[in-house]
Design a protein around this ligand. Structure first.
Ligand code: GLN
Length: 193
């Protein structure tokens, strides 16, 4: 089973390595998604964190947006982390980034301040448990819309899921803890192709 990692900008290689680490256990294989043809044959897609304005611009030119939306709407699991969550959202409140509207969250970019205000906090995730979450210039989910909140921090949702779309405002690829990737992969495995 192939898991695509959107390779446009941001921490692509960390997600790639995490999925590769899980190859033996789940039979998954990471695939770099750089252009339209790379979307062929993938069963799930990860949209990494980085800079959402940059990802949005490059992605728009790549011709992949409509195809990703189509695949997600027909049930392919997609996981967006940090900037990836912004890209998946329905409202960013920022004219420089229009979300794909694949999850009905309203999200605010850089809600916790600048790079220097990055932090690590332990969060409790439904179905996973305590997790060291790394927040880097993180956005805040102002409204979860119709998504289920699976983890919150100080009253704000930090991880949400709406059907086949999973979004979080932190970076699960940076801690060496693979449980969130395993959670996503289990979702991919249980999705009929
Ligand atoms: N602040 C970034 C943005 O708005 C997201 C940060 C991240 O992905 N670590 O795109």
């Amino acid at each position: 089973m192939k898991i695509g990692i959107l390779n446009v900008q941001g921490d692509v290689s960390e997600h790639f390595q995490m999925v590769r680490r899980l190859h033996q256990k789940y039979g998954v294989e990471p695939v770099n998604v750089k252009e339209l043809k790379d979307l062929k044959d993938i069963s799930g897609l990860i949209i990494p964190g980085g800079e959402s304005t940059v990802i949005y611009k490059i992605l728009g030119k790549s011709g992949m947006v409509d195809r990703i939306i189509e695949m997600a709407k027909s049930g392919m699991p997609v996981m967006g982390t940090c900037a990836g969550a912004i890209i998946l959202s329905s409202d960013t409140g920022d004219s420089r980034v229009t979300g794909m509207n694949l999850i009905s969250i309203t999200i605010k970019r850089n809600a916790y301040g600048r790079q220097i205000n990055s932090f690590i906090k332990t969060v409790d995730i439904n179905g996973i448990g305590k997790f060291q979450a790394v927040f880097i210039r993180a956005p805040e989910i102002e409204s979860p819309g119709r998504a289920d909140v699976i983890s919150s921090l100080d009253g704000s949702p930090v991880m949400v899921r709406e059907k086949n779309i999973l979004a979080m405002t932190f970076h699960p690829e940076l801690t060496g803890d693979s449980r969130i990737h395993e959670y996503f992969i289990s979702q991919v495995i249980s999705t009929p192709s």
